[in-house]
Design a protein around this ligand. Sequence first.
Ligand code: F6P
Length: 324
Amino acid sequence: MEKIGVFTSGGDSPGMNAAIRAVVRTAIKSGLIPYGIYHGYKGLIEGEIKEMNTHDVSNILQLGGTILRSARSKEFRTPEGRAKAYRQLKKHGITGLIAIGGDGTMAGAKVFANEYPDIRIVGLPGTIDNDLAGTDFTIGYDTAINTAMEAVDKIKDTANAFDRLFFIEVMGRDSGFIALRVGIATGAEAVLVPETRTNIDELVRKLRTFAKRRKNAAIVIVAEGDDAGGAYEIARKVKERGFEKYEIRVSTLGHIQRGGSPTCMDRMLAGRLGMEAVKALKDGVSGVLVGKKCKEIVYTPFEKAVKDPKKLNPLLLDIVDMLA
Ligand code: F6P
């Protein structure tokens, strides 16, 4: 019977456990032997590898985080590190891998697939950032935006009570997917994302018009990777321009966005993609990200998934302005 390995790597995301469960159970029912690899590529190099049975994944569907743990491995970026990982796979007789993670994980998988073509490897999109091409949504994104939305709703209560302007920073080092949806869903006055240039003077002008319209409070959602800086930096720049209409406060939501029980959407996506990833390996597929686009399962070569980052829908940016 063929042995396959599954691991989670990079920033964890809610729904990773649901994906692991789907992989393990589908593998067993398809006549494969699943192995869990702990701590991502780091654990692969160090041989943290253990056979998994169906009970190992009982009662984890609803849990955030990842039972396989995660890590970011510098060593795997080196040819020597990847050679060690390959030797571990050979030692355990594993011939197929399922890598669950974001763009860094897929970049690692791409290099490994090219260097060691006798190991088949497919990727599953697991990141709260939703910035992987090849899938409409990544596992964990829906939970993260709902967590952030609830937090912003709460901040809005106190912002209104005190007539304040809040700059709220959400995650997204290179992408504004979280910021944009959270901004629209909470009726934010502005959303600042890394994909578009932020002009502070224009932002201040916009905020002044809100004050004239007698809005008693305002919310600006800032993606952490915005070109004008994080929320603290942007708040400082706005203050510097002599903006006195509202008292300013800053809030950074941080890692709260990465945890928690996955939403129904994320559990469904993880279950479906986990099953499809095993099927892909069984069919001899390798070197692709397994995603879902317009309800269809699609395979995107790692090369493309990593090189062409997913674009923000400009229509959503227009919605922010139109509805503010
Ligand atoms: O990639 C997921 C992510 O949560 C990003 O949104 C964020 O920039 C980064 O990970 C934070 O990473 P760390 O947990 O290592 O600080």
